[in-house]
Design a protein. Structure first.
Length: 263
């Protein structure tokens, strides 16, 4: 396998970060300033996958790779790590976590593989600094995913609801508490409402977990569904010369229901 184009790409990005002849914008970037771009490019790639648009996938995974290279080159310039050490660390981890491929460990199906994976991760964690089962590693994901992972971990520690019905009751309880805080609307306590909304969303994520549904993915699919429906409303509005910015809520609701019924 040839990596000629990858090497050319690396040289291009390294040139952008050249202290003498590089691009002023690229030279200003830091690990922290680039975080928003890494997040945006990752989500854009995810959307391309969900859309099954392979041309877009190729473009967006390239943008993700750009972020990987920028972070690696910045770290190299700061004397912290480089792409070579990143590659070695990742390769070592993959070999370590796949003993059924790279050593003589015997497994019986995917369940055994996942059990081994978790045991190896637990051993690695025991060698790390944190002594808590629930720690920062559970907080570095999108919020709903973090809630889901926290719930999975507490389940293994015997701290969980016994069935989805109990979780549904908890969701209802949190919803009622949120409504109580909203009752003096519009003079509600913003901080209290935010807290109760967070509790409601956390419990909703746990309900998804108990039902075998990834809440982050469920919400992404809901966003996609809403967007497609709203695009159809926009199409209808254009066809009927309706100005969406000035028409009534009732008229827009009528269009919404028309779109739903046509599906």
């Amino acid at each position: 396998m040839s990596f000629k184009e990858f090497e050319r790409l690396y040289d291009v990005i390294a040139k952008l970060r050249d202290p003498k002849d590089g691009c002023p914008w690229d030279l200003e970037q830091t690990h922290r300033s680039l975080l928003k771009y890494l997040q945006e490019e990752t989500y854009e790639y995810m959307h391309a996958v969900e859309s099954e648009d392979y041309d877009k996938m190729e473009e967006e995974i390239g943008d993700v790779l750009l972020q990987v290279l920028l972070h690696s080159i910045i770290a190299k310039q700061n004397g912290k790590f480089d792409l070579e050490s990143v590659s070695k660390t990742l390769a070592d981890k993959m070999i370590r976590r796949h003993p059924h491929i790279f050593s003589d460990t015997k497994v019986d199906g995917v369940d055994d593989i996942m059990d081994n994976w978790e045991k190896i991760k637990a051993k690695e964690k025991a060698e790390s600094k944190s002594h808590y089962e629930i720690n920062d590693e559970h907080l570095c994901f999108p919020a709903l995913t973090s809630s889901y992972k926290i719930g999975k971990k507490t389940n293994k520690l015997n701290f969980d609801w016994s069935d989805p019905t109990q979780v549904a009751y908890k969701v209802e309880e949190e919803w009622q508490e949120l409504k109580e805080e909203l009752a003096p609307f519009p003079r509600f306590n913003h901080d209290r409402v935010k807290e109760e909304l967070g509790d409601f969303l956390f419990s909703a994520a746990q309900l998804g977990r108990h039902l075998g549904i990834d809440p982050e993915q469920a919400l992404r699919e809901a966003n996609i569904k809403f967007t497609k429906r709203f695009n159809k409303i926009e199409d209808l509005a254009r066809e009927r010369n309706i100005d969406m910015k000035t028409t009534s809520q009732d008229e827009l609701e009528y269009l919404w229901q028309e779109v739903k019924q046509s599906e």
